[in-house]
Design a protein around this ligand. Structure first.
Ligand code: BES
Ligand code: MN
Ligand code: ZN
Length: 495
């Protein structure tokens, strides 16, 4: 899909489908009125006949025009002028375009003037993101799906400075590419996306994105002292990989580490999951996918700090060599952990990654993990939980997430959550009896491995994988790429 930026008046845009956003209450004004006039008033007629109100996701379609647009689609965006409404509108438009095999699409991309609620370049960015993310399909294993491909999207922008608009478009293109890559990684099944395959992909990405990439195998990880990572990996026939991606722009004075949980399949280990509970566990590396994909784009967004991408990649499987409940192991840095539940494996592999980040001199650490079912119970399917030890860092992440249109909500890390994780015969245990505060307890466990380094943890167990119907047309089912756009906004803000 190729984007172009044009200041063509919509009624003159030659395309298979012209889509325009219309705010509540659905009055046809400005550009929309111009298009209506060019269509001889038929647009207003259909809108009236169908009771079009401009409410979010409501649409009106005018068919069979001769030219320049062959069809016109109005999409309601509600009364609140937000970038997220534009993303959703563009997602709806692109889905409809696919259904009707419209290859060339024109999208109204600046409904609000420069003096309006959102700068024009952010409007263009949101529309492009919605279109690009909404056109995503995972069709590697099934060709000839219904629906055509949208090949060209003209972003019709009548407001704003062209250089800035172009930057908005380019930022969207970077975000779309990275998010789609993360979605692909999550959607790949565990028999294809093994830790080895993930490490190879990370290396390829590093090669083309100006990063270095080092991959440690099990022996090397053990030698370094990563006993927690090794304990999770030891039951698997697939060799684990500890992946380190490193972006070092010249003159960088600070280091931000991004760590992603990379469990390529979570069976639960000997504390085995139910069949149903295992169904989506190929997606238990969604945190890793977000980190690897983000690392592939850090140069594109012009980051001036060093960015370290850390991925402990392993399966969590069962065999005669698997960790037993009650086993005691030592993490990087020396803390002892009693593994009371082998299904609480994410915090184990991440603990070693966090300790590694601190040892590498990271000034701040952000981790992403499909860590707990509790977080989904607390916040629902579409919101990530944010926890950490540094409020300013968390505030900046909340801000980046809000701009990106990814829902993130902070949860507390009270002392009692850490108390619950203290071991009877070890420094820590990895699970507790009872499910109260499961997301916070898991985070409290992680917090023990970062010391005083500013750290933020995103539990993405809900939004990383769409099992239920997604809330917006630009969200796919399956892997969502959640976190990529927040991370990109965040690291870009560090320029
Ligand atoms: N990968 C799961 C968490 C998860 C559950 C992610 C559902 C996405 C959807 C994690 O490894 C896990 O099993 N967590 C346990 C922890 C418990 C044993 C303390 C959980 O949440 O039940
Ligand atoms: Mn688990
Ligand atoms: Zn897991």
């Amino acid at each position: 899909m190729r984007f172009t930026l044009a200041d063509t008046p919509p009624e003159q845009a030659a395309c298979d489908l012209l889509a325009l956003p219309v705010p509540d209450p659905g009055t046809l004004q400005g550009e929309v009125a111009d298009v209506d006039r060019a269509a001889g008033g038929r647009l207003a007629e259909v809108a009236r006949a169908e009771g079009f109100s401009g409410k979010p996701n409501r649409t009106v379609l005018l068919q069979s025009l001769d030219r320049p647009a062959r069809r016109v689609l109005l999409v309601g965006i509600g009364a609140d002028p937000t970038a997220e409404r534009l993303r959703r509108y563009a997602g709806v438009a692109i889905r409809r375009a696919r259904e009707m095999h419209a290859g060339r699409v024109a999208l109204g991309a600046t409904p609000w003037a420069a003096a309006g609620p959102i700068p024009p370049e952010e409007q263009v960015r949101a529309v492009a993101e919605g279109a690009g993310l909404g056109s995503y399909t995972f069709d590697r294993y099934r060709k000839g799906e219904d629906g055509g491909e949208v090949t060209e999207v003209a972003l019709l922008a009548r407001h704003g400075d062209r250089a800035l608009l172009l930057r908005g478009q380019q930022a969207a293109e970077v975000a779309i590419r990275a998010t789609s890559r993360a979605r692909d990684l999550v959607n790949e099944p565990a028999n294809v996306l093994t830790p080895t395959a993930l490490a190879e992909i990370a290396q390829e990405i590093a090669g083309s994105a100006g990063l270095t990439c080092r991959v440690f195998d099990l022996d090397e990880a053990r030698t370094m002292g990563m006993g927690l990572f090794a304990a999770v990996a030891q039951g698997s026939a697939q060799p684990p990989k500890f992946i380190v991606m490193d972006y070092r722009p010249p003159g960088a004075r600070r280091t931000v580490a991004l760590a992603g949980k990379g469990i390529t399949f979570d069976s639960g280990g000997l504390s085995i999951k139910t069949a149903g509970g295992m169904m989506t566990m190929k997606g238990d590396m969604a945190g890793a996918a977000a980190v690897v994909a983000t690392m592939g784009a850090v140069r594109d967004v012009g980051v001036s700090v060093r960015v370290l991408g850390l991925v402990p990649a392993t399966e969590n499987m069962i065999s005669g060599a698997a960790t037993r409940p009650g086993d005691i192991v030592r993490g990087l840095g020396g803390k002892t952990v009693e593994i009371t539940n082998t299904d609480a494996e994410g915090r184990l592999v991440l603990a070693d990654a966090l300790a590694y980040a601190v040892r590498e001199g990271a000034d701040e650490v952000i981790d992403l993990a499909t860590l707990t079912g509790s977080c989904v119970v607390a916040l629902g399917d579409w919101t990530a939980g944010l926890m950490g030890n540094n409020q300013p860092l968390m505030d900046r992440i909340l801000e980046a997430a809000a701009l990106a249109g990814e829902q993130v909500w902070q949860l507390p890390l009270y002392e009692e959550f850490l108390d619950a994780m203290r071991g009877e015969i070890t420094d820590l245990k990895n699970s507790t009896t009872g499910r109260a505060g499961g997301a916070e307890r898991a985070a409290a466990f992680l917090g023990e491995f970062v010391g005083a380094t500013p750290w933020a943890h995103l539990d993405i167990a809900g939004p990383a994988f769409a099992e239920t119907r997604p809330p917006a047309a630009y969200w796919p089912s399956g892997g969502t790429g959640f976190g990529v756009r927040t991370l990109l906004r965040y690291v870009a803000s560090l320029k």
